[in-house]
Design a binder for this molecule. Sequence first.
Ligand code: OGA
Ligand code: MN
Length: 355
Amino acid sequence: MYGASDPAAAERTAFRRAEKQYKLYKPPNLKGASRPASMETAATCRLWWTSTRCLPPTGSCPPGSVGVTAPGSTAPCSASWTGFYFIPGALSTEEQCYWIRESLKTFPQPPNRTNLTAIYGSISDLFTAAKNQKILVEVENSDVEEKEQNKGDRKTESKNFKFVEDSEIQKGEECRTTRAITLMRKLRWSTLGLQFDWSKRNYDVSLPHKKIPDALASLAKNMAIPAMPFGEEFKPEAAIVNYYGPSDMLGGHVDDMEADWTKPIVSISLGCKCIFLLGGKTRDEVPTAMFLRSGDIVLMAGEARECFHGVPRIFTESNQQEISALVSQLSGEDDCFILHYVKNSRININIRQVY
Ligand code: OGA
Ligand code: MN
């Protein structure tokens, strides 16, 4: 449920009020469009933190995993806490670096779709192009027909763009150009496994896709154990990778497009710290705010699977991002580009069983 059917009503809800409270307010500009900067500190001070609750004694839970309860309570205070698991520091720094690299280099590669696919068609090797300061240019389209035959009526897929060096662009020539690095910054999501169609808000099994990479599937299976119905194994079939820049947020929603809600969503946080809001089954319930940091994993199963949640704020300020371990790890020359990206971003990989 991304967005609300009645936006005006949504504006008045407790969830929306919390989003406004926690979101990043830019300093007022000369046109006077902004709110007082003091709201920002008021918001961050009111963050609740979580205490621990015992997990089912499966003996196979990932080390360090904790279920959570509301602050000051020994039992879940509302439905949303049943089936919500927080696994702090689930990934080592090395693992975080690995998944950050994959998220930037591999996951946006066709046939996986990204938010850029609708505009530019399939783009290969965006990361390398950005690193090498290439420019994307629209070129004469000689093989439109062939591409259209291959991909049905998806007209945008047949657009023809390629990466070139700055020096290759003819002076005075009129063509649409975009720097690869700008595109990299505009990357908002990519989809792995079964492809999610955002316009129809469902999984489009007719779209070409590769299965979820084995290493990600086995990580998700292991992490999902505490939230799985007894004796069942999680089947990772799709994943959405979200890329957040400094002022990006993810509005309150429920992920309701998967057939079986008894299966958890496994959600991995990488890069800058964020505020995560977990609300109730309606937007009228006041959500609880918590920090998610790089390497943390959250599971949403059972009741929590039906609850509104979102990310109103990420912290890119150097004293708040909490990525020092990542920064020391990403010190190789080749990592310079990734390091710069990570200092300004948060990446979330959420893995789902669709059927
Ligand atoms: C989502 C989602 C949460 C996050 O993509 O559905 O809820 O932590 N992401 O970014
Ligand atoms: Mn979600």
